[in-house]
Write a protein that binds this ligand. Structure first.
Ligand SMILES: Nc1ncnc2c1ncn2[C@@H]1O[C@H](COP(=O)(O)OP(=O)(O)OP(=O)(O)O)[C@@H](O)[C@H]1O
Ligand SMILES: [Mg+2]
Length: 291
């Protein structure tokens, strides 16, 4: 395994199972074996086992925008949560800037921040108030809080007059940008974005995408994002891992991935074609309705 600091993230054989087959060892007095009952005595095995992340290996270079593309239930969020130290892996190793997420979760946490699809805010409060609150949570020093928050809000192109408007009056794209901005308060050098643009209209989507690009270009942040959107993955990411049923089924630069698809029909292949060819499935999310 390469442990060089040239890598922001190293995922080596990561494995996560939900509903592990295990005996429930609790004791239920009313279902005791003394009564001659085996059923329901608390020692039966759980029947549903899901291998959410199935021996996944990849590395993300510093400053890279790395995409994880996959259908519902593919294991993307679970993988993000393992990296973010919110879940413990059942196997393998994950290192964030050379800190092992199991052995030294605090050190790994200091390097990362995660923004999930449903950003939680105080909706009645303004972006300024939400960011100030976030800054205090992240322990940003009092003297620099205001300046830092103002500069982040300027970068978001939020007009001065709107800085004090409640979040609930802002577009979802703008809210998502504020969520990403809030994550920046802790100066993460690895930003984990779980579906940053799902459910946004095309314009908001483009705004968030260009903001993500800007982050990488101006602040050298390494970005790991998940998406169902092949166009997004194609245009935004330096490299993409295609994940299905917990496994990485392909990993390469977008242009190289496209070359995996069949060109015999004369069309320039899309990532959708590649996904279909690799998994026999279509990469469509039901909730991704055209707006
Ligand atoms: N806490 C949990 N308990 C049990 N099963 C879980 C849990 N979290 C996820 N799973 C299962 O693990 C698998 C992977 O889920 P995950 O949320 O990682 O997929 P995903 O690729 O993020 O999907 P989506 O695109 O819908 O967000 C699914 O089968 C899911 O049902
Ligand atoms: Mg998910």
């Amino acid at each position: 395994m390469n442990t060089s600091i040239e890598y922001a993230l190293i995922v080596n054989n990561a494995y996560k199972v939900f509903g592990k087959e295990k005996k429930n060892r609790y004791w239920l007095p009313w279902k005791n074996k003394k009564n001659g009952q085996n059923e329901g005595d608390g020692s039966e095995k759980e029947s549903t086992v899901t291998i959410a992340v199935d021996h996944v290996t990849f590395e993300v270079k510093k400053g890279e925008i790395f995409g994880i593309l996959g259908p519902n239930g593919g294991g993307k969020s679970t993988l993000i949560r393992l990296i973010a130290t919110l879940l413990l892996p059942d196997g393998g190793q994950i290192r964030v800037f050379d800190h092992d997420v199991v052995e030294d979760p605090m050190a790994a946490q200091r390097m990362i921040n995660r923004v999930s699809v449903e950003a939680s805010f105080f909706k009645k409060l303004s972006p300024m108030e939400n960011l100030l609150y976030g800054a205090r949570l992240y322990g940003v020093k009092g003297s620099v809080i205001h300046e830092q928050v103002k500069s982040i809000l300027r970068r978001l192109d939020i007009p001065e007059k709107n800085i004090g408007r409640p979040m609930e009056e802002m577009s979802r794209g703008m809210q998502q940008k504020v969520a990403i901005a809030r994550a920046l308060l802790s100066s993460p050098i690895l930003l984990l974005l779980d579906e940053p643009t799902t459910g946004l209209d095309p314009r908001s989507k483009r705004e968030v995408q260009s903001f993500i690009r800007e982050l990488r270009d101006m602040h050298d942040t390494t970005i790991l994002l998940t998406t169902h959107d092949m166009v997004e993955a194609d245009t935004l990411c330096d490299r993409i891992a295609i994940m299905d049923s917990g496994k990485v089924v392909a990993l390469d630069k977008p242009e190289n991935l496209r070359s995996l698809a069949d060109r015999s029909n004369g069309h320039e292949p899309t990532l959708e074609d590649v996904f279909l060819e690799l998994t026999g499935k279509k990469l469509v999310k039901e909730t991704d309705m055209p707006i």
